[in-house]
Write a protein that binds this ligand. Structure first.
Ligand code: F6R
Length: 260
Protein backbone atom coordinates (compact mmCIF):
# COMPACT_ATOMS: atom_id res chain seq x y z
CA UNK A 1 0.00 0.00 0.00
CA UNK A 2 1.44 3.35 -1.03
CA UNK A 3 0.33 6.31 1.10
CA UNK A 4 0.73 9.76 -0.44
CA UNK A 5 -0.01 12.86 1.64
CA UNK A 6 -0.20 16.01 -0.46
CA UNK A 7 -2.32 19.10 -1.17
CA UNK A 8 -5.62 18.30 -2.90
CA UNK A 9 -4.63 19.62 -6.32
CA UNK A 10 -1.58 17.36 -6.29
CA UNK A 11 -3.72 14.33 -5.30
CA UNK A 12 -6.07 15.09 -8.17
CA UNK A 13 -3.18 15.43 -10.62
CA UNK A 14 -1.65 12.11 -9.49
CA UNK A 15 -4.92 10.18 -9.91
CA UNK A 16 -5.88 11.82 -13.22
CA UNK A 17 -2.38 11.35 -14.64
CA UNK A 18 -2.52 7.64 -13.84
CA UNK A 19 -5.88 7.20 -15.58
CA UNK A 20 -4.71 9.37 -18.49
CA UNK A 21 -1.62 7.20 -19.01
CA UNK A 22 -3.70 4.02 -18.71
CA UNK A 23 -6.19 5.18 -21.37
CA UNK A 24 -3.48 6.28 -23.79
CA UNK A 25 -1.68 2.94 -23.33
CA UNK A 26 -4.86 0.86 -23.35
CA UNK A 27 -7.81 2.74 -24.92
CA UNK A 28 -10.26 -0.04 -24.01
CA UNK A 29 -9.28 0.02 -20.33
CA UNK A 30 -11.88 -0.88 -17.71
CA UNK A 31 -12.32 1.85 -15.11
CA UNK A 32 -14.04 1.38 -11.75
CA UNK A 33 -16.07 4.45 -10.86
CA UNK A 34 -16.94 5.72 -7.38
CA UNK A 35 -19.66 8.27 -6.68
CA UNK A 36 -19.81 10.63 -3.68
CA UNK A 37 -17.80 13.81 -3.34
CA UNK A 38 -14.27 12.36 -3.13
CA UNK A 39 -13.73 11.62 -6.84
CA UNK A 40 -15.43 14.77 -8.20
CA UNK A 41 -12.26 16.81 -8.60
CA UNK A 42 -10.64 13.88 -10.41
CA UNK A 43 -13.61 13.68 -12.79
CA UNK A 44 -13.32 17.44 -13.38
CA UNK A 45 -9.65 17.04 -14.26
CA UNK A 46 -10.36 14.09 -16.58
CA UNK A 47 -13.06 16.15 -18.33
CA UNK A 48 -10.56 19.00 -18.72
CA UNK A 49 -7.99 16.64 -20.20
CA UNK A 50 -10.65 15.34 -22.59
CA UNK A 51 -11.55 18.88 -23.72
CA UNK A 52 -8.05 20.32 -23.86
CA UNK A 53 -5.66 17.42 -24.36
CA UNK A 54 -7.56 14.86 -26.40
CA UNK A 55 -7.98 12.26 -23.68
CA UNK A 56 -10.55 9.78 -24.99
CA UNK A 57 -12.91 7.36 -23.24
CA UNK A 58 -14.50 6.23 -26.52
CA UNK A 59 -13.35 2.62 -26.18
CA UNK A 60 -13.20 2.42 -22.38
CA UNK A 61 -15.59 0.47 -20.19
CA UNK A 62 -16.80 1.77 -16.83
CA UNK A 63 -18.22 -0.15 -13.88
CA UNK A 64 -19.72 1.61 -10.91
CA UNK A 65 -19.20 0.49 -7.33
CA UNK A 66 -22.74 0.65 -6.13
CA UNK A 67 -26.30 1.86 -6.56
CA UNK A 68 -29.24 2.69 -4.33
CA UNK A 69 -32.12 0.25 -4.42
CA UNK A 70 -35.43 1.62 -5.60
CA UNK A 71 -34.58 5.19 -6.61
CA UNK A 72 -36.64 6.02 -9.71
CA UNK A 73 -34.82 5.89 -13.06
CA UNK A 74 -34.77 9.68 -13.41
CA UNK A 75 -33.87 10.51 -9.79
CA UNK A 76 -30.87 12.87 -9.80
CA UNK A 77 -29.20 10.95 -6.95
CA UNK A 78 -29.49 7.58 -8.64
CA UNK A 79 -25.80 6.74 -8.95
CA UNK A 80 -26.05 5.83 -12.64
CA UNK A 81 -27.39 9.37 -13.26
CA UNK A 82 -24.73 10.92 -11.04
CA UNK A 83 -21.96 9.17 -12.99
CA UNK A 84 -23.52 10.25 -16.27
CA UNK A 85 -23.62 13.86 -15.09
CA UNK A 86 -20.22 14.01 -13.36
CA UNK A 87 -18.08 12.21 -15.92
CA UNK A 88 -19.61 10.13 -18.75
CA UNK A 89 -21.57 12.94 -20.43
CA UNK A 90 -18.63 15.35 -20.10
CA UNK A 91 -16.31 13.14 -22.13
CA UNK A 92 -16.77 10.93 -25.20
CA UNK A 93 -17.92 7.92 -23.19
CA UNK A 94 -20.82 6.06 -24.85
CA UNK A 95 -23.57 5.49 -22.27
CA UNK A 96 -23.81 1.78 -22.99
CA UNK A 97 -20.16 1.33 -22.02
CA UNK A 98 -20.79 2.48 -18.45
CA UNK A 99 -22.67 0.12 -16.19
CA UNK A 100 -23.84 0.00 -12.59
CA UNK A 101 -25.66 -2.59 -10.52
CA UNK A 102 -29.37 -2.44 -11.37
CA UNK A 103 -31.11 -1.19 -8.24
CA UNK A 104 -34.46 -1.32 -10.03
CA UNK A 105 -34.31 -4.99 -11.04
CA UNK A 106 -37.23 -7.23 -10.08
CA UNK A 107 -34.75 -9.93 -9.13
CA UNK A 108 -31.96 -8.17 -7.22
CA UNK A 109 -29.80 -11.26 -6.49
CA UNK A 110 -29.90 -12.11 -10.19
CA UNK A 111 -28.93 -8.53 -11.11
CA UNK A 112 -25.96 -8.79 -8.72
CA UNK A 113 -24.81 -12.09 -10.23
CA UNK A 114 -25.17 -10.60 -13.73
CA UNK A 115 -23.08 -7.60 -12.71
CA UNK A 116 -20.26 -9.84 -11.50
CA UNK A 117 -20.37 -11.69 -14.82
CA UNK A 118 -20.29 -8.45 -16.80
CA UNK A 119 -17.17 -7.25 -14.96
CA UNK A 120 -15.49 -10.59 -15.59
CA UNK A 121 -16.52 -10.62 -19.28
CA UNK A 122 -14.98 -7.14 -19.70
CA UNK A 123 -11.67 -8.56 -18.50
CA UNK A 124 -11.80 -7.21 -14.93
CA UNK A 125 -11.21 -3.69 -13.66
CA UNK A 126 -7.87 -2.11 -14.55
CA UNK A 127 -8.08 0.78 -12.12
CA UNK A 128 -10.66 1.29 -9.41
CA UNK A 129 -11.27 4.74 -7.95
CA UNK A 130 -12.46 4.55 -4.34
CA UNK A 131 -13.59 6.87 -1.58
CA UNK A 132 -14.01 5.80 2.04
CA UNK A 133 -16.91 6.34 4.41
CA UNK A 134 -16.45 7.77 7.90
CA UNK A 135 -17.36 4.31 9.23
CA UNK A 136 -14.66 2.68 7.10
CA UNK A 137 -16.89 1.41 4.30
CA UNK A 138 -15.65 1.14 0.73
CA UNK A 139 -18.31 1.02 -1.93
CA UNK A 140 -21.25 0.30 0.40
CA UNK A 141 -19.59 -2.54 2.27
CA UNK A 142 -20.62 -1.45 5.71
CA UNK A 143 -18.97 -2.68 8.94
CA UNK A 144 -19.54 -6.40 9.33
CA UNK A 145 -19.22 -7.10 5.61
CA UNK A 146 -17.52 -10.34 4.67
CA UNK A 147 -14.00 -9.62 3.50
CA UNK A 148 -14.61 -11.93 0.54
CA UNK A 149 -18.12 -10.70 -0.31
CA UNK A 150 -19.38 -10.32 -3.89
CA UNK A 151 -21.93 -7.90 -5.37
CA UNK A 152 -25.08 -8.09 -3.25
CA UNK A 153 -27.73 -6.10 -1.42
CA UNK A 154 -26.68 -4.28 1.76
CA UNK A 155 -28.49 -2.19 4.36
CA UNK A 156 -26.90 1.22 4.83
CA UNK A 157 -25.84 2.17 8.36
CA UNK A 158 -27.49 5.09 10.08
CA UNK A 159 -24.12 6.89 9.90
CA UNK A 160 -23.91 6.50 6.11
CA UNK A 161 -27.47 7.70 5.68
CA UNK A 162 -26.72 10.74 7.88
CA UNK A 163 -23.53 11.40 5.86
CA UNK A 164 -25.40 11.12 2.54
CA UNK A 165 -28.44 13.17 3.57
CA UNK A 166 -26.59 16.21 2.19
CA UNK A 167 -27.38 14.88 -1.29
CA UNK A 168 -31.09 14.52 -0.38
CA UNK A 169 -32.06 18.04 0.82
CA UNK A 170 -30.52 17.19 4.23
CA UNK A 171 -33.47 14.89 4.80
CA UNK A 172 -32.39 11.45 6.02
CA UNK A 173 -35.83 10.04 5.31
CA UNK A 174 -35.19 10.51 1.60
CA UNK A 175 -31.96 8.46 1.73
CA UNK A 176 -32.69 4.87 0.66
CA UNK A 177 -32.08 2.16 3.25
CA UNK A 178 -30.74 -0.40 0.79
CA UNK A 179 -28.15 -0.51 -1.92
CA UNK A 180 -26.47 -2.96 -4.27
CA UNK A 181 -22.71 -2.90 -3.92
CA UNK A 182 -19.68 -4.63 -5.31
CA UNK A 183 -18.36 -6.86 -2.55
CA UNK A 184 -14.98 -6.54 -0.90
CA UNK A 185 -13.90 -9.66 -2.80
CA UNK A 186 -15.03 -8.03 -6.05
CA UNK A 187 -13.11 -4.82 -5.34
CA UNK A 188 -10.00 -6.77 -4.36
CA UNK A 189 -9.85 -8.22 -7.89
CA UNK A 190 -9.27 -4.78 -9.44
CA UNK A 191 -5.72 -4.66 -10.77
CA UNK A 192 -4.96 -1.25 -9.24
CA UNK A 193 -6.91 0.64 -6.60
CA UNK A 194 -6.67 4.40 -6.04
CA UNK A 195 -8.43 5.50 -2.85
CA UNK A 196 -8.89 9.23 -2.20
CA UNK A 197 -9.77 10.69 1.19
CA UNK A 198 -9.83 14.32 2.25
CA UNK A 199 -10.97 16.14 5.38
CA UNK A 200 -10.78 15.50 9.12
CA UNK A 201 -14.01 13.47 9.18
CA UNK A 202 -12.12 10.68 7.38
CA UNK A 203 -9.06 10.68 9.66
CA UNK A 204 -10.08 7.77 11.92
CA UNK A 205 -11.27 5.61 9.00
CA UNK A 206 -7.99 6.35 7.18
CA UNK A 207 -5.95 5.46 10.28
CA UNK A 208 -7.77 2.13 10.49
CA UNK A 209 -7.48 1.52 6.74
CA UNK A 210 -3.72 2.00 6.68
CA UNK A 211 -2.61 1.01 10.16
CA UNK A 212 -5.42 -0.86 11.89
CA UNK A 213 -5.82 -4.61 12.21
CA UNK A 214 -7.64 -6.19 9.26
CA UNK A 215 -11.21 -6.52 10.43
CA UNK A 216 -14.77 -6.58 9.13
CA UNK A 217 -15.41 -3.78 11.65
CA UNK A 218 -13.40 -1.47 9.35
CA UNK A 219 -14.06 -2.99 5.91
CA UNK A 220 -11.49 -0.83 4.09
CA UNK A 221 -8.72 -2.60 6.04
CA UNK A 222 -9.01 -5.49 3.57
CA UNK A 223 -7.08 -3.23 1.15
CA UNK A 224 -3.94 -3.93 3.20
CA UNK A 225 -3.99 -7.30 1.41
CA UNK A 226 -4.18 -5.75 -2.07
CA UNK A 227 -0.93 -5.97 -4.05
CA UNK A 228 -1.33 -2.56 -5.72
CA UNK A 229 -3.26 0.01 -3.72
CA UNK A 230 -2.52 3.74 -3.70
CA UNK A 231 -3.99 5.87 -0.89
CA UNK A 232 -4.15 9.61 -1.63
CA UNK A 233 -4.68 11.84 1.42
CA UNK A 234 -4.74 15.50 2.32
CA UNK A 235 -3.24 16.68 5.62
CA UNK A 236 -6.54 16.48 7.50
CA UNK A 237 -7.39 12.94 6.40
CA UNK A 238 -3.83 11.87 7.27
CA UNK A 239 -3.84 13.60 10.65
CA UNK A 240 -4.25 10.44 12.74
CA UNK A 241 -1.68 8.32 10.96
CA UNK A 242 0.92 6.99 13.35
CA UNK A 243 3.62 6.81 10.66
CA UNK A 244 2.64 10.15 9.10
CA UNK A 245 6.25 11.40 8.95
CA UNK A 246 7.47 8.21 7.30
CA UNK A 247 4.80 8.38 4.55
CA UNK A 248 5.69 12.00 3.83
CA UNK A 249 9.40 11.20 3.76
CA UNK A 250 8.81 8.26 1.41
CA UNK A 251 6.84 10.42 -1.03
CA UNK A 252 9.40 13.23 -0.86
CA UNK A 253 12.08 10.70 -1.83
CA UNK A 254 10.04 8.76 -4.38
CA UNK A 255 12.23 7.81 -7.34
CA UNK A 256 11.41 9.97 -10.38
CA UNK A 257 10.92 6.88 -12.59
CA UNK A 258 8.34 5.35 -10.28
CA UNK A 259 4.65 5.87 -11.06
CA UNK A 260 1.91 4.98 -8.65
C1 F6R B 1 -19.72 5.79 -3.53
C2 F6R B 1 -19.20 4.88 -2.52
C3 F6R B 1 -18.91 5.29 -1.14
C4 F6R B 1 -18.22 6.64 -1.01
C5 F6R B 1 -18.02 6.98 0.45
C6 F6R B 1 -17.37 8.32 0.64
O1 F6R B 1 -19.86 5.11 -4.76
O2 F6R B 1 -19.03 3.77 -2.86
O3 F6R B 1 -18.10 4.31 -0.54
O4 F6R B 1 -16.99 6.58 -1.67
O5 F6R B 1 -19.25 6.96 1.10
O6 F6R B 1 -18.25 9.31 0.16
P1 F6R B 1 -17.76 10.81 -0.05
O7 F6R B 1 -16.73 10.75 -1.11
O8 F6R B 1 -18.99 11.53 -0.49
O9 F6R B 1 -17.22 11.26 1.25
Amino acid sequence: MEVIIAPTDELVRIAAQNIDELLRRKPDAVIGLATGSSPLAIYNELARRHNEEGLSFAKARGFMLDEYVGLPKDHPERYRNVIEKEIASRVDWPSDQVEGPNGLADDLPDACAQYEQDIKAAGGIDVQILGIGTDGHIAFNEPGSSLSSRTRIKTLTQQTRVDNARFFDDDIDQVPKHCLTQGLGTIMEAKHIILVATGKAKAEAVHQLVEGPISALWPATVLQMHPHCTVLLDDAAASRLQLNTYYRDTYANKPAWQGI
